[in-house]
Write a protein that binds this ligand. Structure first.
Ligand code: ZN
Length: 290
């Protein structure tokens, strides 16, 4: 594939980077990245991936844009209130970079359709806001052998990791075997979130996606980052594959996808799947998240 003059111009500042060049840009142009959620995390991630020239971006979200989303979900504008988030997101991404193909999924992603949806993508970014979806995405990525770049936010805190169980790394369930009991973890709706924190973690996810596609730098697989915006602190934990993981362990009990009930979660429609302080500390034990 030859680049047009316009493409070379558009991507010139990243094509001159060591590790990118024409070869790297071609990898980006041929890449297909699926983003679960066009909200606080998916918005900044999608914008930067589109700007970088990712060839195909899949965007899944069954919600419509609401006014209180606009404080952090920067794919959407005031005039988009009431529109499906995926339509608003597609419009914004295509106006930023018309070369990007944006594939949208407005339906609810469930155990029935998720594997079919993600199977053609190279990478999955999870920006979902509830535990049922977060576990569903993790399990589907495990069965489809897709690299999963996971982000979560709440209040002034953020978390980031990359899961590659197909390359002997841990999966999300190696850390958190099951969704937490209702009421344990507050939601963004209940506890709030600073918009910039969503931007920071969403961009970390985009950054990791670009690194994975380009094959540069040090992957976040086997690493779990905790970020606090108030004291601007970063805390990194090493995480390992858990032999007792119910999904990717030695004697797995989960053999198929599970639709956890949304109604067993707390906090109404907007919940954030964030584990807060449960795994803070040096002697992190992935088998005992609580
Ligand atoms: Zn696992």
């Amino acid at each position: 594939m030859e680049f047009s003059d316009e493409q070379i111009h558009r991507y010139s500042r990243q094509m001159i980077l060591p590790g990118v060049g024409g070869k790297g840009q071609r990898k980006l142009t041929e890449a297909k990245v699926f983003i679960m959620g066009a909200g606080g995390l998916g918005s900044p991630a999608a914008l930067y991936l589109a700007a970088a020239g990712i060839g195909t971006i899949g965007l899944a979200d069954s919600d419509q844009v609401e006014l209180h989303n606009l404080q952090r979900q920067i794919l959407h504008r005031t005039c988009d209130v009431g529109l499906p988030k995926v339509e608003s997101g597609k419009k914004t991404l295509e106006s930023l970079n018309p070369e990007v193909r944006v594939q949208i999924y407005a339906e609810r992603v469930t155990s029935v359709n998720i594997r079919e949806i993600i199977k053609d993508y190279n990478l999955v970014l999870d920006g979902s806001d509830n535990f049922p979806t977060r576990f569903l995405v993790n399990d589907a990525c495990y069965f489809e052998r897709k690299t999963l770049i996971s982000g979560a936010i709440l209040r002034f805190d953020g978390q980031l990791s990359t899961f590659k169980p197909h390359a002997n790394g841990p999966c999300y369930r190696c850390l958190f075997p099951e969704p937490p009991p209702p009421g344990l973890v507050p939601s963004c709706q209940e506890a709030g979130v600073l918009g910039a924190v969503a931007g920071i973690i969403g961009l970390f996810q985009a950054n990791e996606a670009l690194k994975e596609i380009l094959g540069i730098g040090k992957s976040m697989a086997g690493r779990f980052l905790q970020f606090n915006a108030l004291d601007l602190s970063f805390h990194e934990l090493k995480i390992q594959k858990n032999p007792n993981c119910p999904l990717c362990g030695e004697n797995p009990t989960i053999k198929e996808l599970i639709d956890y009930s949304q109604s067993c979660q707390t906090g109404g429609s907007e919940k954030d799947s964030f584990y807060g302080d449960v795994c803070r500390g040096e002697d992190f034990n992935p088998q005992s998240p609580s």
